[in-house]
Design a binder for this molecule. Structure first.
Ligand SMILES: [Zn+2]
Length: 234
């Protein structure tokens, strides 16, 4: 008789573990999908920011370009004036102005190149983000598709397990059924603990000889320390 209840509880323990695994697989899908959706929103926000960065870099590049053109026409104008200078002194002044303007032009040219480079870098990053977004969207689609396929299989598996568990729970004596439901509600598969040698395998408390005898003779007994239902795995 004693080994009968222990054998029943062992079966029940195994079924509860399978149920917990199946339930966690069932919730894993939506969890992954939710995570993926949040990541996509984050990338989309990054893309919007990056579009602004591209726009800003274009604007600064255009501004430098405009400065460069203005400087170039200033130089042309000065060179024209140089040709019609009326005195040596005037000639020297205009020549100095040209030198200064050319130095400025050199600086603008350099900044102009840097500006173009910044536009390229910003555009490349935008492209990268776009590619990342497309990849993530495809992944999400395939995660969704495979979960949709998996879901009914998991659900019917869970249904079968729940029936098997109800059947297996019949091994628990009627006067302990309320305790059992409370335990199972609180701990799931952890509601049961097998004896390992003389110890409760869940909390490693030693089970008294007297309790071991009671378990062997078919009593439904909970660990005095952790409260889990004990069974002898045989
Ligand atoms: Zn225990």
């Amino acid at each position: 008789m004693g080994s009968e209840i222990s054998a029943g509880l062992k079966t029940l323990h195994g079924l509860l573990q399978q149920l917990a695994e199946a339930e966690s697989s069932l919730s894993e899908g939506p969890r992954m999908i939710g995570l993926s959706e949040r990541q996509i929103v984050a990338v989309e926000q990054q893309i919007e920011k990056q579009k602004l960065a591209v726009k800003d870099s274009r604007k600064s590049s255009d501004e430098i370009n405009l400065k460069l053109k203005t400087k170039e026409s200033e130089i042309l104008k000065l060179e024209g004036q140089l040709n019609v200078a009326s005195s040596n002194k005037e000639y020297e002044i205009i020549k100095n102005q040209i030198t200064t303007a050319k130095r400025d032009r050199g600086e603008f040219e350099e900044n102009g190149l840097l500006g173009l480079e910044a536009v390229d870098v910003a555009n490349a990053k935008l492209k990268e983000l776009d590619a990342d977004l497309q990849k993530r969207k495809q992944q999400l689609q395939s995660t969704r598709a495979s979960f949709e396929k998996e879901k009914p299989v998991l659900e019917s598996g869970i249904q079968v397990l729940q029936q098997q568990i109800s059947e297996a729970e019949k091994v628990i004596p009627g006067n302990h059924i309320a305790t059992w439901h409370r335990l199972r509600g609180a701990h799931g598969p952890g509601a049961l603990s097998q004896l390992e040698d003389d110890f409760c395998s869940a909390c490693s408390t030693r089970v008294t000889n007297q309790d071991q005898v009671r378990i062997r003779t078919g009593e439904f007994l909970c660990c005095r320390d952790c409260g889990r239902a004990l069974y002898n795995p045989g």
